[in-house]
Design a protein around this ligand. Structure first.
Ligand SMILES: Cc1cc2nc3c(=O)[nH]c(=O)nc-3n(C[C@H](O)[C@H](O)[C@H](O)COP(=O)(O)OP(=O)(O)OC[C@H]3O[C@@H](n4cnc5c(N)ncnc54)[C@H](O)[C@@H]3O)c2cc1C
Ligand SMILES: NC(=O)c1ccc[n+]([C@@H]2O[C@H](COP(=O)([O-])OP(=O)(O)OC[C@H]3O[C@@H](n4cnc5c(N)ncnc54)[C@H](OP(=O)(O)O)[C@@H]3O)[C@@H](O)[C@H]2O)c1
Length: 321
């Protein structure tokens, strides 16, 4: 068993070159709006087999003369995988990826120390902007797993009900309409999707047409107070204090993805609502740290500190990011 683990780690942490096959524009640049692209890479080394996309694993892109930077793998197929990214002005990592020509190569490795916490029945998702690259694949998997394996306590069971808030600036900043629509069609009431637009205040068509999948569109709003979070999630589930399903609060799980500072704020608001979430712990966190993977990362860090040779020093550095 020990031997197998070591072998797997070598496979996981060894960086290798991947070739850019396609670059698809999904949000065009216009005025202050930043462009979003899906980059499709060839995957001859089977990265998809070790990158657990549904566990929020991260692809580390080695940015020359800088450091490895994280990107969620947004899709995986037999011989290729995607990264979906926003290009920031003068962005070191996003600018580097934007500069790669079709046929050009980059170095990547995969990184992941998380595992899903068993036992959730209701899942609350808050995604900020391009943070949806991590959350939507996770949700798609959860919904499917629930349909296949039921909603019990076991590792392989899924969640019964997902409420998903996507916080974006305007309607034109958002993407993946078809993916969202398909999930809605397939899972109906089990998947409630709310679009929150901070810089759009009014719509003639009430969003239908462009956002015909949205169960709710909230204009001119940011998800930045605990009452709003309680209204959207707990009042829908009935899990608020005094609510008909208060006794099921331990079955609620939360996943929120965005800029570090914003995630910290959201974490605080969810905790204020009486749940327990946090990085690597908390009975209501959707992901928790995987102790085996954590231990391995620690070992690598120790080796680096003591100047002991390890499989790859770049990776040891990345582990500290
Ligand atoms: C676990 C994880 C997964 C990630 N997955 C993805 C992903 O799938 N897709 C993706 O696009 N990104 C993802 N990121 C973010 C990515 O790692 C980079 O941080 C991002 O591409 C910006 O880096 P940069 O080097 O291009 O910008 P920098 O060189 O760091 O910054 C360039 C300029 O852009 C500004 N800037 C940087 N971030 C933002 C922001 N969020 N909003 C406004 N201005 C900003 C900076 O202030 C600066 O002015 C992920 C991050 C983490 C931690
Ligand atoms: N797995 C991961 O960890 C992962 C994966 C992918 C992306 N990311 C991260 O996700 C972030 C997404 O950035 P983005 O540029 O796409 O986002 P963005 O478009 O700048 O922001 C998305 C929305 O969040 C709102 N917002 C910003 N700060 C807020 C706050 N403090 N409270 C409430 N709402 C707030 C914005 O409103 P206003 O701007 O109008 O205020 C906007 O409506 C990036 O930092 C990226 O690193 C992480």
């Amino acid at each position: 068993m020990k031997k197998k683990m070591k072998g797997n780690f070598r496979k996981i942490f060894t960086p290798f070159k991947v070739k850019l096959l396609r670059k698809t524009l999904i949000v065009p640049k216009e005025g202050n709006r930043l462009p979003v692209y899906t980059l499709t890479f060839e995957n001859p080394h089977g990265l998809y087999k070790t990158c657990r996309i549904v566990k929020g694993d991260v692809i580390k892109v080695v940015v020359p003369n800088y450091k490895p930077k994280s990107f969620s793998m947004s899709a995986e197929r037999e011989n290729e995988f995607d990264i979906t990214l926003k290009i920031y002005p003068n962005g070191r990592a996003s600018g580097y990826l934007d500069s790669i020509l079709i046929g050009g190569e980059i170095e990547v490795f995969r990184m992941g120390v998380k595992k899903r916490q068993a036992g959730g029945e209701m899942l609350g998702i808050i995604s900020f902007g391009v943070g949806i690259t991590e959350t939507l694949p996770v949700v798609a998997h959860e919904l499917e797993r629930g349909a296949l394996n039921g909603f019990g306590e076991g590792e392989e069971s899924g969640v019964k009900n997902v409420i998903f808030v996507w916080a974006s600036k305007t309607k034109l900043d958002i993407f993946w309409h078809n993916k969202i629509k398909q999930l809605q069609k397939k899972y109906g009431q089990r998947f409630k999707f709310i679009t929150m637009l901070s810089r759009e205040y009014f719509s003639n068509d009430d969003g239908k047409g462009i956002l015909d999948y949205a169960d709710d569109i909230m204009y001119g709003k940011r998800i930045n107070n605990r009452q709003l979070i309680a209204n959207i999630f707990d009042h829908s589930w009935g899990t608020y204090y005094g609510g008909p399903r208060q006794h099921l609060r331990h079955k609620v799980r939360w996943l929120y993805v965005g800029e570090k500072k914003v995630m910290k704020e959201i974490e605080g608001l969810i905790n204020e609502n009486g749940y327990s979430v946090g990085k690597g712990f908390g009975e209501n966190s959707y992901f928790v740290d995987d102790p085996i993977l954590q231990k391995e990362m620690k070992r690598k860090r120790m080796n680096a500190k003591m100047n002991k040779p390890d499989t790859n020093t770049t990776i040891v550095m990345a582990a500290r990011l």
